[in-house]
Design a protein. Sequence first.
Length: 384
Amino acid sequence: MSDYKELQQQYEFDTYPKRDLTIVKGKDAKVWSDTGQEYIDCVGGIAVANVGHANEDVANAIYEQAKKLVICPNIFYNDTRAKALEKIIEVSPKTLTKAFLTNSGTESMEAALKFARITTGKTDFVAAMKAFHGRSMGALSATYKQEYKEGFGPLVPGFTHVPYNKFEKLEAAVTENTAAIILEPVQGEGGINVGNPEYFKAVRKLCDERGILLILDEIQTGFCRTGKMFATEHLEIEPDMMTVAKGIAGGFPVGALLCNDKIKVPIGKHGTTFGGNPLACSAVVASINFMQKNELWEVARQKGKYFLEKISQFELSKVRAARGIGLMIGIECKEKVKPLIEQLMEEKVLTLPAGPTVIRIVPPLTISYEEIDFVIEKLIKVLN
């Protein structure tokens, strides 16, 4: 058997903090290592595998499309791309009527920043502290964490960061040159901080009054993760632009920027070689169809409620609070979580950090109640 770990160490540029585990197979919420060890996956590709690992509908759609046509540049029309666009707009907030297809969340955010500037003629942005919007230069400028930015300056100018869920601080940061306000309905990387609907309604009103665009980042929260198709539905507002990716296509790399009719971008001002390719679009259609057929938003709502209610029954000595929405759950601890995440991996449960003291639980939405019980059992063992 090849030593895959050794091969990657030899050839891969080392930018990721690696865990000592080689994953070779997955099905729904389980993954297996190269040595045959089975794990419950509460990482889910970092909130990507919403429809489950190795989803047969998605796999079959990719297979059939790959035999037909893999790439078609955006200078031509394409049948599968047309179907994917129709499906995305069908499930999106009703005022979002156009989409720009990308390959990732950070590309969706880059498009949003460019579209905001060219639409408004203004240059500045207000974002939130603890926000994460991506790692390319524009998206990184919108991201808050300084550790991600060190060594890459100068970044894109014009970004101000204010406390999340505090309207007065945000309002005070707005100027006549503010093109857009960028917010996550739930901060994922920042610690599973859930947006206050009244705060978001006030932000929407401010944007309308001051001619500012509202960009909602639903890259992690979209496609049923929070118990709605999009977390925006919990807030009862609609953005001018919404960035999506992660759960859109069953793990296939796809993103999109969704726009309302305020957004105007001349032909030739932006583009992508691979965005909206037919292979990716086939995965989008199959994945969203699966979500609709199985009402995956309701599945996520019920399972997330079950998870939080069950774990809240226990007094865990290392836990300060458990919070979340749908199957986007954060367990805030009284200590650094990296060693706790390593202990959970030894117990065959894979989790993520969300900041230094929060364990993030974002499994495939197809996780079974039996598997949730197993995860909770191991959390209780490690967190006591």
